[in-house]
Each structure stands twice: as structure tokens, then as C-alpha cells.
Design a protein around this ligand. Structure first.
Ligand code: OOB
Length: 579
């Protein structure tokens, strides 16, 4: 009998009993809920600063208090343990108050990215039957509120003010929590081996997939990451990219920092002007960047020295060119740590005490991360040979949320997750990412599932067929190119019309094709669109149409704030963004 089975319509595919027992025995899974974890932090680090912004600070006790207030609010709204709520907040302390507030109330947050718009948010609400949407009391959130209000869905909306004066620590009439006694939040009663929240998959399919992460598995990855990355109460971690992303949340991210009693400094934007200023002011010693953002920081650092406090720069989310990696120690005066991870689980780190990691993405967190590198027939390849990366382990999911058919393809019969990444195991045992087999575009760390955009384009007037491919880009790593076969070749739709069509569907703007080409799509012998031929054809050829509206990697700007980011402006002008 296969160890791994997927039942129809399952919300959550548990780890097989034997492996679960092993992970408990090894102390990886400690049977702690997020509620107990946060309570423990408040007890242990009470008056130490936990969250820091340019305007204000909150200590661990405040964090507990604020989260408790939100939990009361959610319970008062009628939310019950096990319900889902879409959390759609930008980099702001409210992200944490609401995230932990939901967890305390036993409600499962769906961690939407700030760049998501109504196409994505509606899909998350539908899939999880979410009872609540929490967004910013800003145009982005108001637009979502209106959109969700038009749908025949029982979802309520809650817009949180992000004005720091209005979210003062004592804004409610509630009593301050007595830290000597643990209040009985519903989140305490939850099973630690059940889902705590949902991460989002970068995906390669038409509908974005949801990733149920349990208290047990996620807290293990947080504790282990904090240890590997040598975090301590002296850690001052700058959260420059979106807080909801797995890299920023747990690798070791904000949760790793809070685990050990450090400080999380929240940057509202990732640009060097904002971030270097925060670094100077708060003595930041660690930051996580995607390669596209690192490039901008390196350029800015040539003109404005980076504060000496910066000790570790993590880079992950997309391939990092060795020649760029080589500049980090000199230009930023920091140790480079490469991070290769995925929201589904597995995270690899290069070691901080190792040689400068130019062309390796490091070692898996756990001795019990099982790594298989296989050929197209699932047969193991020798070390040094690229192959498909399959993995299973104590914090890698065994199935997506309600996606049985997809799960049967994304996981092997014995429970290995097919990552869609091509890797090589190097002589020292570390992994090098060499490519990708999944039909995805990695645009500056933001993942675009080709199929999702192709499906959307097929509905546009004048489009007969569409294929989305990635093209190499010196700044973003890749940009997207939509190859369109028009219904009437004599009168193809214009790129502006197609872009407007996608925008009106409510897709996140980073998913809009950067470029369009109109042609008859080549076919394989089996009659499918031949994407390999398209990639080869367009690889070296310059194309005309480029939209630069969202050059900021993992942008914070929401759908309505269409003002080009400072990074986009800098990239257009062909110079570095800087203060
Ligand atoms: C992180 O998570 P996701 O879920 O947004 O994307 C995962 C995918 C990987 O499967 C791989 O294709 C790519 O992003 N990726 C990298 C990489 N790190 C991620 N490709 C090349 N080099 C790297 N260093 O992106 C993520 C999650 C946790 C920590 C770090 C990144």
C-alpha cells in the first residue's frame, strides 16, 4: 500500500503516522500551538522591543496585547475556530497583530501578498470559504471591499486603519492582559498537527494553490532556521520584502527573530532610500533580499555606504548570478547567505561560517529532509548531474488544500513533493539550482504561473491562442512574453487592449505580460504549443513592447497605487535607485 494517499477533496493531507511519530520523537514537532508560542515570547521577552517602525515601537507584551485585541474583534464578528480569513495587509505592524489575532482566535489566515488583486483574493475566498477579508483601510482594501461585496459569497470585510496614530496601543476599552495568567484563547485548544494557516504556492497551474502549514511543522522550521542563521536577542532584522512571504516569515524571517527575542524592523518599501535610513537608525544586522533588489542595493551602496551594523545579507527566491554574489562582502560589508526555499516547505541555507557562496544554494534545514534528484523517469541521477528535485520531510507538506487531482501529479506515491526545480548535488553535499521544469516565470522573485495568464488571455477579444514564456532579463532575472495567435491575423488586438483586459480581470499587475508578440504558435508532434521552440526563437531576439509599471521586485504597491516604484523609475532611467 502506498504510504501516501490523497482522499477526494481533502483540506489537509496529514503526514503518514510513522513519519509523524518519528518527527515527534526527534523533538522536531513539539506539540505547541502558535498561541502558546506567542504567549511564551511575551512571558520571556516582555519589555524588549519586538516590532519597530520609523514612527513607533511595540514590545513583546504589546504584541501579545494587540493580537489579543484583534482576536476579540474576530471572535466578536462570529468567526469560529477552523474558519479561514484572507489576510491582505502590507508591511505594517497591523500585519502581525492581525496574523497573530487570527491564530489566537483559532482562525486560519490565508497569507495573501500585497500585490494580489481581486482575481487572486476572490479565488482564495472561494477556495477556503473564508468568512473574512482583512485589508488595509486604503484604496487597495476599499476596492477589494467593493468587489467582494458584489459577489454571492458570505464573506465579510474588515479594513484596518494603517495610520499609526489611530492604532495606538490602548485604542480599545479592553483590560491589559495579566501576563501572569494565560488567557484561554480558542487558538490554544487547536491540534498542533493541524493547519495553522495557508501559504500560497507560486504555482504552475491555472488556479493558485493553497498550502496548509501546521503549527508543528512551521514552528520546527522557524526554530531550526533561527539556529542555523545564528539569531539571538541582538538580532535586528529588517523586513524589506512582503512580510507574508515564506522567506520573510520563517527563513528565519520575522518569526525566527521573534522566536529568540530579537527586533523586527518593518520597512514600508524595499528601496535603499527607505532601508538604508532605517539601518542607520536601528543598527540593523540582518536583511533578506531577492536578487533583483540586491542589484539595486549594490548600486546604491556605491554612492551611500551601508551602515557597518549590517552583518548578514540573505538572498533567495530566484537565481543569483555568481558575479553579483561576489560583490556582497565588499559592497555591503556583510556575509552573504544564499537561501533556496519554497512555501511548500523545504528550505536550504548556505552556512554562515563557510566560504563565500558564489554558486551554491546550500544545505537543507533538517537531517530528516529527504532529497531525491531524479531523471525524467524518476530514477536517481549521480551526484554532480542535474535532475528534478523531489523532497519530503518534517516541514514539507504532503498535499495542497482541496486539490486532489493536482496532488496526484505534484506528489509521488510515497509522498515526495515534486518541486519543479532542477538541481545538482555538489561534492560538499550542498545543492545548486540549475533550472526549472515547471511552467512558471520567476520575475524578480515573483512567481507567475504561465497557465493562469494563458487561460485569462484566451478570454480576451481577438485572441485565438496564447502562450506565456519567460525571457532572460539582466535586472529581474526574467520577464514575461505573451505569444499571441490572433483570431484575425489581419487585425490583432493591441498590447494595450490585452493589458487592459487582464487588468480589468483583477490580476496582480506583476502578472501582466511585459511584452507581446503576435504569431502563429508552433506545435509539437502531439499538437501542443511548442514552448521550447518559442523560448529558443525569442531568447536572443529583442522585442518591442515592454511595460515597466512594476519593476520593483515583490512590490508593496497594491492594485490602485499604480505610481511607478522608485526602483521602476531608476531602472527605466538606467541608473541606480538611491537616496
Ligand atoms: C521562495 O518561495 P516561493 O514559494 O515563492 O518560490 C519557490 C520557488 C522554488 O521552487 C524555486 O523555483 C525558486 O522559487 N527559488 C529559487 C531560489 N529560491 C527560491 N531559485 C533559485 N535560487 C534560489 N535561491 O521563493 C522562498 C521561500 C523560502 C525561502 C526563500 C525563498
Amino acid at each position: 500500500m502506498p504510504e501516501h494517499s490523497v482522499s477526494s477533496g481533502s483540506d489537509f493531507t496529514p503526514w503518514p503516522a510513522e513519519r509523524a511519530a518519528l518527527y515527534r520523537e526527534l523533538g522536531y514537532w513539539q506539540g505547541q500551538t502558535f498561541t502558546d508560542w506567542l504567549w511564551e515570547r511575551a512571558q520571556r521577552y516582555g519589555a524588549s522591543p519586538a516590532l519597530v517602525t520609523a514612527e513607533r515601537q511595540w514590545n513583546y507584551r504589546d504584541l501579545w496585547q494587540q493580537s489579543g485585541e484583534r482576536a476579540q474583534q474576530f471572535t466578536g464578528l462570529g468567526l469560529r475556530p477552523g474558519d479561514a480569513a484572507v489576510l491582505h495587509l502590507p508591511n505594517h505592524p497591523e500585519f502581525f497583530f492581525n496574523f497573530f489575532g487570527l491564530l489566537l482566535a483559532g482562525v486560519r489566515p490565508v497569507l495573501a501578498l500585497p500585490a494580489h488583486r481581486h482575481h487572486e483574493i476572490t479565488a482564495f475566498v472561494r477556495q477556503t470559504e473564508a468568512q473574512l477579508y482583512i485589508g488595509p483601510d486604503q484604496p487597495v482594501g476599499r476596492e477589494l471591499q467593493a468587489q467582494l461585496g458584489n459577489l454571492p459569497l458570505p464573506v465579510r470585510t474588515l479594513l484596518q486603519p494603517l495610520d499609526l496614530d489611530r492604532s495606538a496601543p490602548h485604542r480599545s476599552e479592553l483590560q491589559r492582559t495579566d501576563l501572569a495568567a494565560m488567557p484561554t484563547w480558542p487558538g490554544r485548544q487547536q491540534d498542533p498537527d493541524q493547519p495553522a494557516f495557508y501559504q500560497l504556492s507560486g504555482g504552475s497551474t491555472g488556479t493558485p494553490k493553497l498550502i496548509p502549514r501546521t503549527h508543528d511543522d512551521y514552528l520546527y522550521s522557524v526554530r531550526a532556521s533561527a539556529e542555523i542563521c545564528a539569531l539571538s536577542p541582538q538580532t535586528v532584522y529588517l523586513a524589506a520584502l512582503p512580510l507574508a512571504h515564506n522567506f520573510l516569515l520563517s527563513s528565519p524571517g520575522s518569526l525566527g527573530t521573534l522566536h529568540v527575542g530579537g527586533q523586527v524592523v518593518i520597512a514600508p518599501q524595499p528601496d535603499p532610500g527607505t532601508c538604508f535610513g532605517l539601518m542607520e537608525r536601528y543598527g540593523i544586522n540582518m536583511v533578506a533580499l531577492v536578487p533583483a533588489l540586491l542589484l539595486v542595493w549594490l548600486e546604491a551602496a556605491a554612492r551611500r555606504p551601508v551602515p557597518a551594523s549590517l552583518a548578514v545579507v540573505q538572498v533567495g527566491g530566484a537565481p543569483l548570478a555568481p558575479e553579483v554574489a561576489a560583490q556582497v562582502p565588499q559592497q555591503l560589508g556583510a556575509t552573504l547567505q544564499q537561501v533556496f526555499g519554497m512555501a511548500e516547505g523545504l528550505v536550504n541555507y548556505t552556512r554562515l561560517d563557510g566560504p563565500l557562496p558564489l554558486d551554491t544554494q546550500g544545505f537543507a534545514i533538517s537531517p530528516h529532509d529527504e532529497i531525491l534528484i531524479v531523471d525524467d523517469d524518476d530514477q536517481p541521477v549521480p551526484d554532480g548531474t542535474p535532475g528534478h528535485l523531489l523532497t519530503r520531510g518534517p516541514y514539507t507538506i504532503c498535499g495542497y488544500f482541496r486539490a486532489d487531482e493536482h496532488n496526484s501529479r505534484a506528489f509521488t506515491r510515497d509522498g515526495f513533493y515534486r518541486t519543479g526545480d532542477l538541481v545538482t548535488r555538489l561534492a560538499d553535499g550542498s545543492l545548486r539550482v540549475t533550472g526549472r521544469s515547471k511552467d512558471q516565470i520567476n520575475r524578480g522573485g515573483e512567481k507567475i504561473a504561465a497557465e493562469e495568464i494563458e487561460h485569462a488571455l484566451l478570454g480576451a477579444p481577438g485572441v485565438h491562442n496564447a502562450a506565456l514564456i519567460g525571457r532572460p532579463d539582466p535586472r529581474l532575472g526574467e520577464r514575461s512574453l505573451a505569444c499571441i495567435q490572433s483570431a484575425d491575423p489581419a487585425a490583432p488586438p493591441s498590447p494595450a487592449e490585452l493589458r487592459r483586459y487582464l487588468l480589468d480581470l483583477g490580476l496582480a499587475t506583476y502578472k501582466l505580460p511585459d511584452q507581446f508578440e503576435f504569431l502563429t504558435l508552433p506545435r509539437t508532434a502531439a499538437g501542443k504549443v511548442n514552448k521550447r521552440a518559442l523560448r529558443e526563437h525569442f531568447h536572443a531576439r529583442p522585442t518591442q513592447e515592454t511595460h515597466d509599471s512594476q519593476d520593483c521586485p515583490l512590490p508593496h504597491a497594491g492594485p490602485v497605487a499604480r505610481k511607478p516604484s522608485p526602483l521602476a523609475a531608476a531602472s527605466r532611467a538606467g541608473r541606480a535607485a538611491g537616496p
